[in-house]
Design a protein around this ligand. Structure first.
Ligand SMILES: [Zn+2]
Length: 327
């Protein structure tokens, strides 16, 4: 399971066996909120006061041997019982961690954190540890572990004070926080969105996009939305722009031919290869996959492999429905 993969929650979805187990074990009424709260408490209990979070301290707290086993296996990571101990196995051809601070290092921290979250489903006092949570809810368990993993790496109590006096998200900010917490920009976007949403100006949207091969890295590689930050006001009206992992080509522009496509999708490659921080300003009518038509006035800025889109929108037509899946 990759850090990009957080299976979407359907509003009418009945809780799965693993969701019910989480609620029974950790309390609350929503399994994701419950496991996030539990993960947050664990980071606090480990005595973490500053970023980056030392995952080995959380491992110790969970009775997981903190030293990972590097293996050339086919999965990115796994939690196994080895010699009576819970151990985290990480895929590495070179059988050692990537250079500290590198993109692969941060990605591996997420995998480690995700596997650590699987330990929550074990009786860890038992010798050897035994799994006590129900099996057979793969997608739900992966989703819960991704929530816990992102919280281990970037708990709200460490992030919130850093955003207290920041009015809006920016690529600079996401990158700074990614460096500080030693996580990917994706994790920062996911963890900070809820904290930004209530304070965004009524007409503001921001979006991070990059080329990727989808949530399970099995789909076609193309420019996709990583995450859109939409003000609470627009969100209430049903404006979503794009869901995580949706291809950006799904937004169409009502501007005159010949393009017909959104300035971002038409110019994605050109923006990526342009000089860093070169700004492309745009003013266009857009139709989003959810059916909302908006007048967007803003800009695209590319840096590294990411493009940051920001601007204001006026709603010209409300969405025909609120739920849209990733493609
Ligand atoms: Zn997993």
């Amino acid at each position: 399971m990759s850090e990009h993969q957080r299976p979407k929650k359907k509003a009418d979805k009945r809780p799965s066996d693993i969701d019910c187990w989480v609620l029974k074990q950790f309390g609350g009424v929503d399994a994701r909120a419950s496991i996030i709260q539990h993960a947050e408490e664990l980071v606090r209990s480990a005595g973490t006061r500053n970023a980056p979070v030392k995952l080995s301290e959380i491992a110790n707290l969970l009775n997981v041997n903190p030293a990972p086993i590097y293996s050339e296996g086919s999965t990115q990571g796994a939690l196994k019982i080895v010699n009576g101990q819970l151990r985290i196995v990480l895929r590495s051809k070179i059988k050692r961690p990537p250079p500290a601070g590198s993109v692969s290092f941060r990605r591996m921290r997420f995998t480690y954190s995700h596997e650590l979250a699987h330990a929550l489903f074990y009786d860890r006092e038992h010798k050897p540890p035994i799994r006590i949570a129900p099996r057979g809810c793969y997608r739900d368990e992966e989703s819960l572990c991704n929530c816990a993993a992102a919280t281990f790496l970037m708990p709200e109590y460490l992030l919130r004070p850093l955003l207290d006096h920041v009015a809006e998200p920016s690529l600079d900010l996401l990158e700074e926080l990614a460096q500080l917490f030693q996580v990917s920009v994706h994790v920062v976007a996911i963890q900070s969105r809820a904290l930004f949403q209530p304070k965004l100006h009524d007409d503001r949207v921001y979006m991070l996009s990059c080329k990727s091969s989808g949530p399970a890295r099995t789909s076609v590689e193309k420019p996709r939305c990583v995450l859109a930050f939409v003000s609470a006001n627009l969100s209430r009206k049903g404006v979503r722009i794009l869901n995580p992992n949706q291809g950006i080509e799904r937004i169409s522009s009502n501007n005159a031919p010949p393009s017909g496509g959104w300035s971002l999708s038409v110019n994605f490659d050109k923006l990526i290869t342009a000089r860093p921080n070169e700004v492309m300003t745009v003013d266009e009518m857009l139709t989003c996959p959810g059916g909302e038509m908006v007048h967007f006035i803003g800009q695209h800025i590319a840096r590294g492999s990411f493009i940051w889109t920001s601007g204001r929108v006026e709603v010209a037509r409300l969405p025909r429905k609120l739920e849209q899946g990733a493609d």
